[in-house]
Ligand binder design. Sequence first.
Ligand SMILES: *Cc1c(COP(=O)(O)O)cnc(C)c1O
Length: 421
Amino acid sequence: MPNTVIEQAPTQVQAPFDVARLRQDFPVLAREVHGKPLIYLDNAATSQTPQQVIDVFSDYYSRYNANIHRGLHTLADEATAAFEGTRHKVRAFLNAEDARQIIFTRGTTEAINLVVQSWGRKTLSPGDEVLISMLEHHSNIVPWQLLAAEIGFTIKVIPVEANGALDMAAYRALLSERTKLVAVNHVSNALGTINPVREMAALAHQHGALILIDGAQAAPHQVVDVQAIDADFYAFSGHKVYGPTGVGVLYGKQALLEAMPPWQGGGEMIKTVSFGAGTTFADIPHKFEAGTPAIAEVIALGRALEWVESVGVDAIGEWEGQLLYRATQAAGRIDGLRILGTAPQKAGVLSFVVERAHSQDIGLLIDQLGVAIRTGHHCAQPLLHHFGVDATCRASFAAYNTLEEVDSFIEALNRVIGMVR
Ligand SMILES: *Cc1c(COP(=O)(O)O)cnc(C)c1O
């Protein structure tokens, strides 16, 4: 099957996108790998971290390390203010109504597990249906399977078209009064497909179902407005949006979160604890944040979002669109290379396989040339099996990648293919 190449070059970025300046914020980009300048194209797995975010850690631990909320001393006050400051930044970043709707988790995975274990366990019964899509990351499949095995509700899968776009007619047909929740990603990590989540939310709501959106791949690349989408739940991870690992976010509609039971018990999530008179729980968001959170990480996430906004999320997305266009055009000319995922709406992910070459070999050899791409199933085994492969090579772009890096990557790819064939 021939690769569909994008017909129209994306519109040029309006203001000059100063990638050379922006790269200086990222110390790791200056390093070499196997004696070659690093070309980091594994951003869908984790993005690199600007110095401004790295500095948060030494600043926090050298000046105001303290446990939050309960303390009355100065350090505790400062740590609490910085921690809660991130909650307000995330609220603005997602255009949520209220900061109390922002719950800190360890990442997207834990945010989804929170919804599954709290909302799902309370709400779902045998006969109910949860719709997920063929494009899902394992973290939006397996938690539902674990609970379904216990409770006996049914998981149905929205199929994809040959180009990797969701089959919207099939989605419409799957929705019914049995549907209680639709759980889909906003952008596919394996193919880069951007899903029409606003339309999907409206359709889900027409059937009385809720929608959970896994935004791990969307938050770094496009403005997310949870109110415009009308998302019931929205999740993303810090480490994919130029922040640290160990922290992520769950947004939920206020009435939903208030009606949901806690999912983990411990300190910080209670109002009163007693052995006789019963234990009462804190209000949202603290009801869902048992124990000492990742304080420095949360503060650093706030700094990462400031960094992203200083560059402009839409400007980043447009720049990545140019990188993707150049890479797609060039890769499409390589003999025997098949691109997986050619949906009209795509974020900066180029997934491909090469005839008579193992993806693993390509990944290992191209690393020798300084190029970091990811090979494997990208935590989306059902999707890859649907396309008849076990693994792909995936190059994924971020704000700091350059057009020259794309050219070097393609040159390296051609060399490597020549070696393995
Ligand atoms: C990375 C990713 C996840 C999981 O995120 P974690 O940070 O590992 O919890 C879930 N969904 C998508 C689409 C992802 O790209």
